[in-house]
Design a protein. Structure first.
Length: 273
């Protein structure tokens, strides 16, 4: 008889559930039994002191790194250990702390290459079904122009991506992810190193994507003011484990969370909710 998945056993509408994830690098234990869920259509923050394992967790969830043990369930499907391109095809897209644009391509071209399963990826389609190829390319162009306008990048469409500012590159990376039509985005410190005005713009775009498109977000973030403004739920990590979950207001009164941020220590992780 089939065993219930982590999502099913929780009995709630979670698009992502991770259960007892463990990952080590040599003698360093980056994840030591991390478990939590992300509700569909929410913005969930993943916070914690440096070295808590947040980026490692994002890598494991998105398929960039394999866990030694544990389970990752995305949209009802066990994707544990699946490579990142397979996870992405299922609708879970990862962005990175350092933007990874194609620097020698224009801003518009960066968006045009982002949709998945394009007909032009197969030479046979280009040669023997050119009408289909051209029709799809027109649709992608129209969509790319719409997305650039939404993100305030339309005037930059013919600029090389390498010439954008750091904040504009963050906007471009999010716009590229939107072109892939994700169900969920895992974003790693999107607000790091950009000016306050662009932080506000980026936050507004993320909230709009949640509200208008129903996109789910798991956001690794250190800016707690941004987390409090944007996020429906907060997951706190420390020394590779889930320490606590709740709203920022609830977590401020949690002694284990305060200890983790002030000293890097953990007060009986297993006893925390």
């Amino acid at each position: 008889m089939r065993q219930p998945t982590a999502v099913e056993s929780r009995g709630v509408d979670e698009i992502l559930a991770v259960h007892e994830l463990r990952r080590s690098f040599g003698g360093v234990r980056a994840l030591t039994g991390c478990s939590f869920g992300v509700e569909r259509g929410s913005i969930t923050a993943l916070i914690g002191p440096n070295g808590a394992g947040k980026t490692t967790l994002a890598n494991v969830v998105a398929g960039a790194s394999r866990p030694q043990s544990g389970q990752v369930v995305f949209d009802g499907r066990d994707v544990t250990g699946r490579p990142s391109h397979e996870v992405a095809l299922g609708g879970l897209i990862r962005t990175f702390q350092i933007s990874r644009e194609y620097p020698a391509m224009t801003v518009l071209e960066n968006l045009m290459v982002s949709p998945q399963r394009q007909a032009g990826e197969k030479l046979s389609t280009v040669l023997f079904h050119p009408r289909r190829f051209r029709s799809e390319e027109r649709r992608h162009l129209e969509r790319a122009v719409e997305v650039l306008a939404e993100f305030g990048l339309y005037e930059k469409r013919n600029d090389y991506a390498r010439n954008l500012s750091g904040g504009q590159k963050r906007l471009l990376e999010l716009a590229r992810a939107v072109m892939a039509d994700p169900k969920m985005l895992v974003i790693d410190e999107p607000m790091a190193g950009i000016n306050p005005a662009l932080i506000e713009r980026l936050a507004d775009h993320i909230i709009r994507l949640r509200d208008a498109r129903g996109t789910t977000f798991l956001m690794v973030e250190h800016n707690l003011d941004v987390v409090e403004r944007m996020c429906d739920k907060v997951v706190v990590m420390a020394v590779g484990q889930t320490l606590a979950t709740g709203t920022m207001a609830e977590l401020r009164g949690n002694a284990a969370v305060v200890s983790a941020y002030l000293t890097g220590g953990v007060v009986d992780v297993r006893a925390q909710g």
